[in-house]
Design a protein around this ligand. Structure first.
Ligand code: NAD
Length: 315
């Protein structure tokens, strides 16, 4: 597995939240491409199982069981890479939780928990890794995990939308700040069948097929770009490789058979008025500027083919 010909041979990676789901797939793929991996999770058994899975496939891994969010965890992750493997080259910030509910029912704790793990966890881990990369002259690779919810908004996900949009905002900033150091920073916007998506009725037929070890229906893999965690992992490893040295500041969507380049926000219409825009001037001219330029929000979910509709679970 760690032959000298492997693209990531001799490199060391940290993957947060890699005890299961997408993070586990990223850790396994980075190891398959030759990297040694620091597995991180709050679930000790899942983290140990992940290390065992990597080792039984011929790779090298250690576990750090700690919650991302606090600076102390970020420092412990970098220290584990340096102590165990003598270096750090790759960071994937993937750990995540959901506390979904509509705005008017969302508690302070729901909001703070999601912000702490996703947004603060990404900030503290990237700061620790970037500091190491700059101090040691390492052209590091950073991959931060976003979500279609952060890109487009989603009903019931105020906290998660804030965190994931914030992560892509930080990625754009870090790509600028770390360019001179030769460190790339990109966002991956995944969609896959995991514990996180298993309870969404819309995806039920795909999750059902996956659990039965059958291929997911073409509608999910192709039309929706929804597949397995393994479908996402290749892109994360590719962005960590030398082949992707010049790719930075990007947000790439991936899932099933689909890959996409996301745009960053740009003005879609611009107008000028000498002296600026008073209420009266806006009343006269803004409708014309907005005409044909109003933006949509939310992800687009096409109607499921009849054969793939599953009843919503009763509470
Ligand atoms: N599954 C999808 O379709 C999808 C879509 C968009 C984005 N994502 C993102 O991908 C990432 C992984 O999602 P998943 O679907 O694999 O979820 P998952 O729930 O299957 O796995 C998340 C892992 O993170 C761990 N974790 C939770 N809090 C942690 C913390 N504070 N510190 C360390 N580990 C922690 C969990 O124990 C779990 O093992 C998340 O950031 C998620 O928001 C997933």
């Amino acid at each position: 597995m760690s032959s000298q010909l492997a693209p990531l041979a001799g490199r060391a990676a940290i993957v947060t939240g890699s005890g299961r789901g997408l993070g586990l797939a990223y850790a396994l793929e980075l190891a398959r491409q030759g990297a040694s991996v620091v597995v991180n999770d709050v679930d000790a058994a899942a983290a140990q199982d992940a290390v065992a899975a990597i080792e039984s496939a011929g790779g090298t891994a250690v576990a750090v069981v700690a919650p991302v969010g606090p600076t102390s965890t970020a420092d412990a992750l970098v220290a584990a890479a340096v102590d165990s493997f003598g270096r750090l080259d790759i960071l994937v910030t993937n750990a995540g939780v959901l506390r979904d509910t509509v705005l008017w029912k969302m508690s302070d704790d729901d909001f703070d928990t999601v912000i702490s793990v996703h947004l603060r966890g990404t900030f503290t881990c990237v700061r620790a890794a970037a500091t190491y990369f700059r101090e040691n002259g390492v052209p590091g690779r950073i991959v931060c995990i976003g979500s279609p919810t952060g890109q487009r908004g989603n009903f019931g996900q105020t906290n998660y939308a804030a965190a994931k949009a914030g992560i892509v905002g930080m990625v754009r900033t870090w790509a600028m700040e770390l360019k001179r150091a030769g460190v790339s920073v990109n966002a991956v916007i995944p969609v896959a069948a995991t514990a996180m998506t298993a309870t969404v009725p819309y995806f039920a037929a795909a999750v059902e097929a996956d659990a039965a070890g059958e291929p997911m229906p073409e509608f999910f893999r192709h039309d929706l770009g929804f597949g397995t965690s393994d479908d996402v992992a290749g892109l994360v490893a590719y962005l960590a490789s030398d082949a992707a040295a010049d790719i930075t500041g990007q947000a790439l969507g991936i899932g099933g058979d689909r890959i996409q380049v996301w745009s960053h926000p740009e003005p879609v219409a611009t107008a000028y008025r000498d002296g600026g825009w008073s209420f009266e001037a806006l009343a006269a001219d803004l409708p014309g500027l907005l005409d044909g330029n109003l933006q949509s929000v939310g992800e687009r979910f096409p109607a499921l083919p009849e054969s793939l509709v599953r009843p919503a679970p009763t509470a």
